[in-house]
Structure formats: structure tokens, C-alpha cells
Write a protein that binds this ligand. Sequence first.
Ligand SMILES: NC(=O)c1ccc[n+]([C@@H]2O[C@H](COP(=O)([O-])OP(=O)(O)OC[C@H]3O[C@@H](n4cnc5c(N)ncnc54)[C@H](OP(=O)(O)O)[C@@H]3O)[C@@H](O)[C@H]2O)c1
Length: 326
Amino acid sequence: MGGSESLPQVSLTTDRVVLVTGGNTGIGYETAKWIAMMGARVIIACRSEERAQRAIEKMQKEFREEKTKGTPGLCSSETLAVEFMALDLASLKSVESFINNFKEKENKLHLLICNAGIALHEQEYTEDGYEIMFQVNYLGHFLLISKLLPVMLGSGDDCRLVLVSSEAHRAASFDLEKAQGKHHTKENFKRLLYYGNSKLYQIMQMYSLNRRLQNTNVTVNCIHPGIVETEISRSFTELQLWRVFFQLSKAVGKTKTPFEGAKTLITAAINPKFKDTRDAYFIDMKITQANSLARDQQKQEALWKYSIDCLKGFLKKEDMEYLEKD
Ligand SMILES: NC(=O)c1ccc[n+]([C@@H]2O[C@H](COP(=O)([O-])OP(=O)(O)OC[C@H]3O[C@@H](n4cnc5c(N)ncnc54)[C@H](OP(=O)(O)O)[C@@H]3O)[C@@H](O)[C@H]2O)c1
């Protein structure tokens, strides 16, 4: 594994509650594991219990190996405090039941990492009627965030929300009337455009949230992890071009391992240097700038209203108090 010295050297305790969506594989797995190895209590929110439990066993094994190697910065406990909770972002009912379970067990949340995602998926609609990348990457997380923010607001100093976006946001366009892509057929559905749109919406949401969270203990930032060799290409069915793009990127040394991809996310999540940072878009552990479309405040607010409308059966009046601050 190696390279832990390039991570922020931070000592965490199990009083720090961390939630990572999609923590069972890829970038989310490495992020959850390393933050747990630094001492925090980590909940991985995943759609498959079996995959999550296997991931937790693997984390425990890799923790023991890192200890044997004498890797610096590891917590002193014998086992990692990592647990699983069920969450399927493609179902708003599942998100709601996750939230109820979470609130029954926990009364604090210090770090929320919205990492779960799917890319370049073929045209498909969820049980709630939304385009699947829109819902999994963006809308499902919007509901999760909306209901968990009050917990974070009551959790004390330095609470952070980090959204895993992508440079694909630069391939997006903004037209809410076409946000669900229903005017397309399966054949002409533009997978990159709709993936890019979902990643653009995450960045726009960051700005909208920070406007509402000014002067609070909660900050919101986004990251792009790089081109990372993970299981993300599962949904690239039939997209030979994209497989070739990945292979070429690999050949010229432009791809990252999941650990390397996680470094930017871990930095944004726990580096004390970024405690009060808001509205940042991180690449390679540095703050860069999202595109001008993402930074358009009028469009951000239009998206905000659109999203709340999509969730109207799920958001209650009390959830809306801080959401409607503006
Ligand atoms: N890899 C890259 O090059 C790259 C580049 C830019 C941005 N990103 C972003 O990085 C994030 C992590 O991706 P990754 O590369 O680590 O991909 P990955 O290995 O495929 O991991 C994605 C995670 O999301 C989970 N997930 C998918 N659908 C879900 C659903 N309906 N409900 C709950 N969880 C769900 C997966 O669960 P299962 O294991 O059960 O499927 C998995 O845990 C994504 O948001 C992606 O868009 C990746």
C-alpha cells in the first residue's frame, strides 16, 4: 500500500462520527479505511450488506498489515471502528429508512462524504421516476444531506460535508426541462452528458448549501479524484471508446490507484488546514476552480428549487427551515 506519509497526519478519535456513502469499494473504500485507521468511527453506507461486510473484513486485515509494517499515523486500537448501514440511493424510500436508522443510533455526525456514484450508465429510471445517475449521484444525496445537516449543525466544531464530483462536470449542460433526459431514446441517450450533469449539480449544490450555512460549524466542498482505476467502469457497457480512454490514460501514466484517488478526498475531509474552507473544488489535493456554469448563482438557485420540488414527498416543513433561509 505505502504512501501514507502523503496523507495529512491527523490523530482522530472514535468520538468523531464519519459517514461514507459507497464505502465498500474504490475511492470510498480507501477513504473510509484510512480515516478509520487514523482513529475515527466510520459508517459505510452501502446498498449490499454482503459487499460491505466483505469490505470491512478486508479493511481489518489491511489495518493489521499496516500495523505490522509500522506505518506512521495509525490509531492504537486493535481493530477499526467501522460499521455498515444499508443505503440504496436509487430509492428515496431507502434513503429515508437509512436516515431513520441513523438517527435512532447516532446523535452526532462530524463528516459526511457523499462518494457513492455511477458513471456513463445507460438510460434508466429509478422507482421514483428519475434518471438513475441524477438520482444516485445527486438527488438521493440531496435528501440524505438535507436530513442529516441538522445533526451536523448540532455536532460541534469543524463538521465537513465533502461531495465527490468530477471533471466530467465540464461536459455538462444546464437545462432543467431536459434534466431527466426523457426526450431521448435509449439509443441516443447521451451518457457522458447526463453523468456530467449529475456532477455539475453536486458542485452547484455546494455553493447553494454554503450560502445557507454561512457562519455555522458546517462547511461544504467538492473534489475530483482523478482518473481512478476502480469498479466505476461496470456501467460502461458497450462503451468501447471509454474503455480505450481508460487504457490509454493508464498507458501514459495518467490513471491513479484507488488509494491515490482517495488522497484528495481525505485531504478535503480531515486536513486541519482546510477547517474553514468553503466552496472549494479540489484536484490533486489543491484548490482549483469549477467551470463558470457551476458558479452561476441564478442557475444554482433554480436547481435548488427544482431539487426540493423533486423531493417534496420526502422533505418535511422542519427539514426546510434552514434550507429556505435565503
Ligand atoms: N473512478 C474515476 O475515475 C472517477 C473519476 C471522477 C469521479 N469519480 C467519482 O468517484 C466516486 C466513487 O467512484 P469509484 O470510482 O470509487 O467507483 P466504484 O468503485 O464503482 O464505487 C462506487 C460506489 O458507489 C456505490 N453505489 C453505486 N450505486 C449505488 C446506489 N444506488 N446506492 C448506494 N451506493 C451505490 C457502489 O456500491 P456497489 O459496490 O454496491 O455497486 C460503490 O460502493 C463516484 O461518485 C464517481 O462518480 C470517479
